[in-house]
Ligand binder design. Structure first.
Ligand SMILES: Nc1ncnc2c1ncn2[C@@H]1O[C@H](COP(=O)(O)OP(=O)(O)OP(=O)(O)O)[C@@H](O)[C@H]1O
Ligand SMILES: [Mg+2]
Length: 368
């Protein structure tokens, strides 16, 4: 039987991972000889290869981080505990959960977006009112939500930003995680209970800068394995990621030119220094109140390329970077403007290389 091969339509702004990497997933499945946990589409080893990449097999690296983290995450998913990815904003928690779902279940779209307004309807199921009025609560009238579908079909469900939900909503996951059952009290007979099939589990993500994980109930915490996703440690690894990701995004935006290397170096150095509060040569400096994450660095590199191409029709310059940096760096506290200006005076001004000097000259664009 030939595997069904979804195609990436060029008009989709951001296809899910299982569409973007459909060919890789098919190739991995074909060559997969490793043992598979029940309900998984791929063996754990093939899932790891899909996420961490393997040049010899033509599989791109998609997540930059410790293989041990990915391994622990997979082990959690093959047990009866959920996986909770926590960390600073923009450290690829959502990306990792998407990749895990795409490889393990073949779909990453069973996703619940946590917010203050999330209700049981968004998580479990709701009702089609026309059917409900006509025939009462019947299986036909039930509109399944991601948790219902995931349990019924044995798929991994994503719960993004779970700590933004009210506590009682978070706790409604308890029976799905511990007893692996979802009650539908409105339906009589066997339809009133959904028992989870093999392959079902939950990956939740939570951001350490938003509402804390401390707010989570102890009962729910016990049902998750926690894994912290850290920012990328090495500057050259982050630079490589920003280079490849921004190139990919620019191509999608119809921009043929990549961001020049000197501008990328300025960008990544600036982001890292403002994020950690330390210069490359170890001097302490003030951090900004915003996280200055790698995800944000990728977006700024994308914006720099777009700006240079569509507005100036010329290669991107350090001045374009100053323009695009403001939208990322200056969003919360007014004092961040002062901190950023100080960064230019105390750090950028001292660099002698021409691209650093051009960056310094462009500081006049910063608001006062
Ligand atoms: N370690 C990493 N590996 C691969 N891509 C990364 C990494 N860190 C950041 N990125 C970049 O950031 C993007 C992922 O950001 P993502 O939305 O997954 O982060 P997040 O941790 O979920 O953030 P938030 O807490 O704001 O939801 C990727 O598309 C990629 O461009
Ligand atoms: Mg996220």
């Amino acid at each position: 039987m030939s595997a069904k091969k979804p195609t990436a339509e060029p008009s989709l702004q951001r296809p899910p991972a299982e569409v973007t990497y459909a060919a890789e997933l098919v190739a991995l499945e074909k060559a997969d000889t490793g043992p598979k946990p029940p309900g998984w589409k791929l063996s754990a080893r093939a899932v790891r290869t899909f996420i961490m990449g393997d040049a010899a097999k033509g599989i791109a690296r998609k997540f930059v981080g410790q293989p041990a983290l990915v391994e622990r995450a997979m082990v959690a998913l093959a047990t009866n505990r959920g996986l909770m990815l926590v960390g600073e904003p923009g450290t690829a928690k959502s990306l990792l959960s998407e990749l895990l779902c795409a490889a393990i279940s073949g779909t990453s779209t069973l996703t619940i977006q946590g917010s203050a307004g999330t209700t049981d309807d968004h998580i479990k199921y709701s009702w089609n009112y026309a059917f409900l009025l006509a025939e009462g609560p019947t299986p036909r009238a039930l509109v399944p939500a991601p948790l219902y579908n995931g349990m019924k079909q044995g798929l991994v469900v994503r719960f993004e930003e779970v700590t933004r939900c009210p506590l009682e909503i978070q706790d409604s996951l308890l029976s799905s995680l511990s007893d692996r059952v979802l009650a539908v009290p409105e339906l009589a007979g066997p339809d009133g209970m959904v028992f989870a099939r093999d392959g079902f589990n939950i990956i939740a993500t939570a951001n350490t800068r938003d509402l804390g994980v401390n707010e989570m109930s102890a009962a729910l915490k016990r049902r998750f394995n926690f894994e912290t996703v850290f920012p990328i440690q090495h500057a050259n690894v982050e630079l490589e990621l920003v280079r490849t990701e921004s190139k990919r995004l620019l191509e999608r935006s119809g921009v043929p030119k990549a961001v020049p290397e000197d501008v990328l170096e300025l960008l990544v150095t600036t982001f890292r220094e403002l994020r950690t509060g330390q210069t490359v040569d170890g001097q302490a400096m003030e951090r900004l109140s915003v996280p200055m994450s790698t995800a944000e660095a990728v977006s700024v590199a994308h914006a720099v390329g777009v700006r240079a191409h569509f507005l100036n029709d010329a290669p991107a310059t350090p001045a374009d970077l100053v323009d695009c940096l403001m939208g990322a760096a200056l969003k919360v506290e007014k004092e961040d403007v002062t901190r950023l200006r100080r960064y230019f005076e105390q750090r950028v001004a001292r660099q002698k290389a021409p691209h650093w000097q051009a960056f310094y000259e462009a500081r006049i664009k910063l608001p006062t």
